[in-house]
Ligand binder design. Structure first.
Ligand SMILES: [Fe+2]
Length: 440
C-alpha cells in the first residue's frame, strides 16, 4: 500500500508524460501516412523500451521491456504492433534484484538487434531473449548452450565480416567476459578479460581489427542495491581507462590507456587512423558523484589512443547535450564522417531535436522537433545510393497535443527538412531506449 505522502509526491520523470508506460498490446493495420515512404525500404523498424506493467518502477532502467514495431513494404506501412517481452519478471510489481539476478529473468528493455537471422531483445545483466518478427517472445537465447551468462545490450556487428562482437560484465568474478560470434551466429571465442572490479559497462566499440573496452569508475554498491534501484555510484579511486584488444586477442593483449575520469553510456563509433585508435562517444562528467544534484548532460568527445607510444589525446567535439549516437550500420568500426544524435532536455532525457555532426567540417545540421513534440533514438537506415549520408533517420515522435505518436522518416542528407514521411499511429509510443531496422 502506498504511504500517504506517496500520493502527493511528484512522479519521477520515467513514470510521467510520454515516459509513462502503456498497458495495452495492440495490432494496428490501417495506418495513415503523410508524405511518401521511400519505396525501396522493405523491413521492420523495431524499438525497445522500459514499460513496467504495474505502472511502477524504481528507475527508468528497471521497467520490463516492451517492443514497438512498424512493418514497411513497397511504400506502405503494413502494421504497428507493441508487445511485452515475455519473461517471469512481468509477474512482479517491481522486480527485485534477487529475481533479476537469474540470467534468464531478463528486464529485456534496452535494445533489440538482428544477427544471423535471430531477433534478440537485450538488457545487459541477462541472457538475450529471442523474439519473432511479429514481436512474439520465443525465449532465452543461449547460442547453442555456449552462453550461460549475461550479454551487453550493445553488441557490435562488423559490416565487413558479419561477426558480432560483444561482452558481458558481472558484479562478481569474472567481472568481464568477451565473446566473438561468427556471421553464422556461432560463438567462436569466449575470453575472460581482467579488470579491477565490477563496474557498470554499458557499451563498447570496435574498429576493423580491435575491440575497445571502457573500464570506467561507475561501480556497484551492494548496500544501495539492496534498497532497490540501480545501486551504482562514482568511485573516486577506481580510475578510468580504455582498453584496446585485437578482436581475436586475449586479456594479456589488451593495451590500456588511462583517461580523465568520466562515464560513457554510449559510443558513437571507433576507427583506426595510422598509429591511432580513435573512439568517439557521449561523455558524462560528474555522473553519480556524491555532489550530483541532477544527472549531467552527455557531450560528444573524442579519444585518440596512440598504439605505438601509449599516449592518449582527448578532444571535446561539442558542448551540446546529446546522446543516442548512431552511425550507419555499414560504417561500424570504420572511419565515419557523420554522426547522428538526439538532443536531451535539461530536466529529463526528452528528445527535442536530432543532429547530424560533420566531423570533417565541424558543423552540424539540426532537425528541431516543433510544437513540443518529443522524439526518441533515431536509427540510421541506408538508402540506395553509395554516399555515407544517403539514408534516413527513423524515430518514434510523440505529439502531446493529440497524445499519440508517429513514426517519422527523415532524410539524413537534408536533416533540417520536413519529414519525408510521417506514419501516424493511433497509439502513444513511450520514450524508450534503442532500436534497429531489420531489412527484409
Ligand atoms: Fe544503451
Amino acid at each position: 500500500m502506498n504511504s500517504p505522502d506517496a500520493e502527493t509526491r511528484p512522479k519521477p520523470f520515467w513514470l510521467d508524460g510520454n515516459f509513462a508506460p502503456v498497458f495495452e498490446e495492440r495490432t494496428e493495420t490501417s495506418l495513415k501516412v503523410r508524405g511518401e515512404i521511400p519505396r525501396h525500404l522493405n523491413g521492420l523498424y523495431l524499438r525497445n523500451g522500459a514499460n513496467p506493467p504495474s505502472g511502477m518502477s524504481m528507475d527508468w532502467f528497471l521497467g520490463c521491456g516492451m517492443l514497438h514495431g512498424v512493418r514497411i513494404e513497397n511504400g506502405e506501412a503494413l502494421w504497428y504492433r507493441n508487445r511485452y517481452v515475455q519473461t517471469p519478471l512481468l509477474d512482479e510489481e517491481m522486480p527485485s534484484a534477487e529475481s533479476r539476478a537469474k540470467p534468464e529473468n531478463s528486464i529485456a528493455n534496452t535494445h533489440v538487434i538482428e544477427h544471423a537471422g535471430k531477433i534478440l531483445a537485450l538488457a545487459e545483466l541477462s541472457l538475450p531473449i529471442e523474439m519473432d518478427s511479429n514481436l512474439e517472445t520465443v525465449g532465452p537465447y543461449r547460442f547453442d548452450g555456449k552462453l550461460e551468462r549475461n550479454m551487453t545490450a550493445h553488441p557490435k556487428i562488423c559490416p565487413k565480416t558479419g561477426e558480432m562482437l560483444f561482452f558481458g560484465y558481472s558484479m562478481r568474478p569474472p567481472f568481464l567476459m568477451y565473446y566473438r560470434v561468427s556471421a553464422a551466429g556461432e560463438i567462436v571465442q569466449a575470453e575472460e578479460i581482467e579488470v579491477k572490479g565490477a563496474t557498470m559497462m554499458h557499451d563498447f566499440s570496435i574498429t576493423e581489427n580491435n575491440v575497445i573496452f571502457m573500464d570506467l569508475p561507475i561501480i556497484f554498491d551492494f548496500e544501495m542495491r539492496a534498497q532497490g534501484g540501480l545501486g551504482i555510484r562514482f568511485d573516486d579511486d577506481y580510475g578510468a581507462r580504455l582498453g584496446v584488444m585485437p578482436r581475436c586477442g586475449t586479456s594479456a593483449d589488451v593495451k590500456w590507456f588511462d583517461i580523465d575520469p568520466c562515464y560513457v553510456y554510449h559510443t558513437l563509433n571507433s576507427y583506426e587512423d595510422g598509429d591511432e585508435v580513435v573512439l568517439e562517444g557521449c561523455r558524462l562528467v560528474g555522473y553519480m558523484t556524491k555532489d550530483m544534484v541532477k544527472p549531467p548532460l552527455p557531450t560528444l568527445h573524442r579519444w585518440r589512443m596512440n598504439m605505438r607510444t601509449g599516449a592518449v589525446r582527448e578532444e571535446v567535439i561539442d558542448d551540446l547535450g546529446v546522446d543516442f549516437p548512431r552511425v550507419p550500420d555499414a560504417l561500424v568500426g570504420q572511419h565515419h564522417r557523420y554522426g547522428y544524435f538526439a538532443q536531451f532536455g535539461q530536466d529529463a532525457p526528452t528528445v527535442d531535436a536530432f543532429h547530424r555532426y560533420d566531423m570533417t567540417s565541424g558543423t552540424k545540421t539540426s532537425h528541431i522537433l516543433p510544437d513540443g513534440r518529443q522524439g526518441s533514438e533515431a536509427a540510421f537506415v541506408a538508402g540506395e545510393g553509395g554516399s555515407e549520408d544517403d539514408g534516413y533517420l527513423m524515430s518514434f515522435v510523440y505529439d502531446p497535443s493529440e497524445d499519440r505518436s508517429d513514426l517519422v522518416i527523415l532524410d539524413a542528407a537534408n536533416l533540417a527538412d520536413a519529414p519525408l514521411a510521417t506514419i501516424e499511429l493511433p497509439v502513444r509510443v513511450p520514450a524508450g531506449f534503442h532500436g534497429s531496422w531489420v531489412s527484409n
